[in-house]
Ligand binder design. Structure first.
Ligand code: ATP
Ligand code: MG
Ligand code: MG
Ligand code: MG
Length: 568
């Protein structure tokens, strides 16, 4: 590629509403441009990286035996009504009507349509197993789209769905996808961890998230440094530095409601059915009245929970939004009423698990810490609900620690949840109809770009892993339009790299060297070769990796081999 024939549009400053580094850099480097909240143009530079991620995902899915198809973005409500998700899914599902007043949705995921395909097409056990996937646009009307492409409303997901004859076979499909995900994230050059995740209504222990480790991640992972034990504690929004988290946790440990030390105690204490909607509990008060329920989402549930609590303890005061804001430093947003009495013990984000905790950062509504409560019976939860950070842990090896992560993938055993709801069956060997055993497997293709940047940047800009850089190599000729020698050396290297199939761009725009270097440092091309008259006279050109603090002088006739060796 010649820069003069491509589109490069960099900016010195990021827009004021950009919050985190990946978002700022993607905007500054001209990877994306905002169209509406959570909706972005993929500009030519960003699209190159996006397509590279897509291709790696595609190659590994194909290698794993999954079969690509594409399902429509616009889907009829009827299928979604069969599973109850048309009404049940809540505001994230974008619904609309066509000119005939018929209901439609824009797919946020695609279990319904794929199950419809399976029940029509996979009639016999002989057709199984099958794993279908698509790389397709999704829309989720996120409550708070932010962080650029990391939490967009429109985004690109790879979603795969496996169909098996038995639960045992479905387990094999799951393991196969798990292994494929490891290959994908290895190839993407990311530091990640597979963590045990929430299985919600399905139950069981067959759900893992792939988390890219980054301080700015929205998820919190509890892990054991001495074993491979790791689990998501869904600690949304806990952005406080580790030291503060530890201090807050210590503070919390002192002020528990008497007799309530663990989530298990709490469940008993409240005698309520704490469901997945409960995000946090905490306040201190007089003995016997210290209970607070924060319920994510809708008001109705909030009130129900508060009432249940009230029925057991003394009546709770309903806190006004202003009070919540005071107490938690949080914007209650659409949180709805929260009941509490007593002193709030955590006045800002704290992180912690085990003994329920709470987080609230300056302007968010998420509280958490207790969401494993919902699955008290599940092994993962049973393992972690009685531990505190610093304690020995579930695996019996090391002391638990917490780190933050970005969920870039999720594998999930679904059982017969969807096949039963939609009566999707195949004829088994005995001639009897049987419900498909299913699994679903998502990868946030567009989110991966943000996550990769969160892991790889410096004060000059992005630093791409070779595999997903918009260009792996940039040639920066100084005086391309003025010096025959520079032009000849730059063109020769360009042709040489192209002949080797290297993804190279030559910056023939005629920019001043300073501006040219600043652009490529911002864009994060990992390998740069600078060619100028002065160097050529001394018999050298300069190679510099984006992570190197200085360039290396290389003889012009050795530079092609030098770059190829670096790419290997
Ligand atoms: P999150 O917890 O971040 O909201 P999720 O658990 O709702 O994600 P899944 O339903 O598991 O997401 O979807 C599969 C993958 O799609 C996720 O692992 C994530 O990488 C990606 N993804 C989900 N929501 C978004 C979004 N709003 N923007 C970009 N990528 C997303
Ligand atoms: Mg989500
Ligand atoms: Mg999630
Ligand atoms: Mg998920």
């Amino acid at each position: 590629m010649r820069a003069s024939q491509f589109f490069i549009s960099t900016q010195k400053e990021a827009p004021a509403d950009a919050d985190i580094v990946s978002q700022k850099l993607m905007l500054r480097a001209g990877f994306i441009r905002k169209v509406a909240a959570g909706v972005y143009n993929w500009m030519p530079m960003g699209l190159r990286s996006l397509k590279k991620v897509e291709n790696i995902v595609r190659e590994e899915m194909n290698r794993a035996g999954a079969i690509e198809l594409v399902m429509p973005i616009v889907q009829p409500a009827g299928l979604w009504q069969e599973t109850g998700r048309f009404d049940g899914m809540g505001a994230e599902l974008l619904r609309f009507k066509d000119r005939h007043d018929r209901d439609f949705v824009i797919q946020p995921t695609s279990e319904e349509v794929i199950t419809d395909i399976a029940r029509a097409e996979l009639r016999s056990y002989r057709a199984l197993p099958k794993n279908f996937y698509q790389i397709q646009t999704k829309f989720r009307d996120e409550r708070r789209p932010r962080f650029g492409v990391m939490r967009g409303r429109e985004f690109t997901m790879k979603d795969a769905y496996s169909f098996d004859r038995t639960a045992e076979d479905a387990g094999k499909s799951y393991d196969n996808m798990f292994a494929a995900y490891c290959r994908i994230f290895d190839r993407l050059g990311l530091t990640y961890r597979a963590v045990a995740a929430d299985t919600g209504a399905i139950g069981g222990d067959r759900s893992h998230e792939f988390q890219v480790i980054a301080e700015t991640g929205e998820d919190a992972i509890v892990y054991c440094p001495d074993s491979d034990y790791a689990a998501n504690i869904e600690l949304a929004e806990a952005l406080a530095p580790a030291g503060e988290r530890a201090a807050a946790a210590a503070e919390l440990a002192k002020v528990h409601t008497p007799g309530v030390k663990t989530i298990a105690d709490l469940v008993g204490f409240l005698n309520v059915d704490i469901t997945r909607t409960v995000k946090a509990v905490v306040v201190e008060g007089e003995e016997g009245d210290a209970v607070l329920m924060l319920v994510r989402g809708d008001h109705e549930l909030n009130e129900v929970k508060a009432e249940k609590v009230a029925g057991i303890k003394k009546p709770l005061t309903m806190a006004s939004p202003a009070l919540i804001k005071d107490a938690f430093g949080a914007n209650p947003g659409s949180l709805g009423p929260v009941g509490f009495k007593g002193r709030v013990v955590a006045d800002r984000t704290v992180a912690l698990m085990a003994d329920f905790v709470i987080g609230a950062n300056e302007d968010h509504y998420h509280y958490t810490g207790a969401n494993f409560v919902r699955d008290c019976a599940e092994p993962v939860v049973a393992d972690i609900r009685n531990v505190v950070v610093g304690d020995p842990s579930p695996c019996g090896k090391g002391a638990l620690a917490i780190q933050r992560g970005i969920e870039v993938g999720h594998v999930f055993y679904l059982g017969t949840k969807y096949s039963q709801a939609m009566n999707a069956t195949f004829l088994d060997e005995d001639g009897k109809p049987k419900h498909f055993e299913m699994g679903c497997y998502g990868i946030g293709v567009s989110r991966i770009l943000g996550a990769a940047i969160e892991q790889n940047f410096d004060d000059k800009g992005m630093i791409w892993p070779d595999a997903i850089a918009p260009f792996a190599v940039v040639i920066c000729p100084v005086g391309y339009d003025r010096s025959e020698g520079v032009k000849a050396a730059a063109d020769a290297l360009y042709a040489g790299l192209q002949a080797q199939g290297v993804d190279v761009i030559i910056d023939d725009r005629g920019e001043r060297p300073g501006a040219m270097f600043a652009d490529w440092e911002l864009i994060g091309a990992p390998h740069r070769v600078t060619i100028g008259d002065r160097g050529l006279k001394e018999g050298k050109v300069e190679y510099q990796h984006r992570r190197d603090s200085e360039s290396t002088a290389v003889a012009p006739d050795a530079i092609l081999a030098h770059v190829l060796a670096k790419l290997a």
